[in-house]
Ligand binder design. Sequence first.
Ligand SMILES: NC(=O)c1ccc[n+]([C@@H]2O[C@H](COP(=O)([O-])OP(=O)(O)OC[C@H]3O[C@@H](n4cnc5c(N)ncnc54)[C@H](O)[C@@H]3O)[C@@H](O)[C@H]2O)c1
Length: 178
Amino acid sequence: MRLLITGASGFIGSAFVRHALRMTEHHIVGLIRDTDQRNKNRLHGYEQHERLRLVKGDLLGDISGICEGIDAVVNFAARTFVDHSIRDVLPFIEANVMGAYRILEDARRQGVKRFIQISTDEVYGSILNGAYSEDARLNPTNHYSASKAGADAAIIRHAAASPLMREASSWARLSARL
Ligand SMILES: NC(=O)c1ccc[n+]([C@@H]2O[C@H](COP(=O)([O-])OP(=O)(O)OC[C@H]3O[C@@H](n4cnc5c(N)ncnc54)[C@H](O)[C@@H]3O)[C@@H](O)[C@H]2O)c1
């Protein structure tokens, strides 16, 4: 299977790329936006891996056709710092809602069969006891989680209208599914 992983040099995306290369035979295209050394180091030792191709790009830039030949997209890319979102929400709406929508739209055009959106439990707000199910009511309480909920809503809508799959999944289930 050929996977496109966005946010591939991020904290979780890079761990996913390393894990997938070690544990599966999948070929991976990793979309990276970062220029800072700390993020580059997360894939240190994997840059020349025969099943990994790193592509520089931004979900808000020209990504037309990036999903060509891809079987599944895993969208980790997002603005993630809650405190930053409180200071300035616009970059969060742009990256988390528009960015997710743009990669989803390219996936749809290119006929990608599976699209996995990495969401966050924060879209459900806080809970005193127990845990939420994926079908719980969205109740985001900060700008970051509101932007993630916006992406979820757009993707749920897409999934209802097309054969694309939407899943907000845990790490273990995500690995098992791919
Ligand atoms: N870290 C957590 O505790 C946690 C918990 C729940 C959900 N999540 C979700 O997991 C995903 C990954 O989180 P993380 O902790 O690895 O975050 P991170 O900030 O380390 O990584 C996010 C990556 O997305 C990239 N990105 C941002 N905007 C982009 C754009 N416009 N185009 C292309 N790439 C862009 C960044 O450059 C970065 O590499 C996010 O979607 C986040 O909402 C994280």
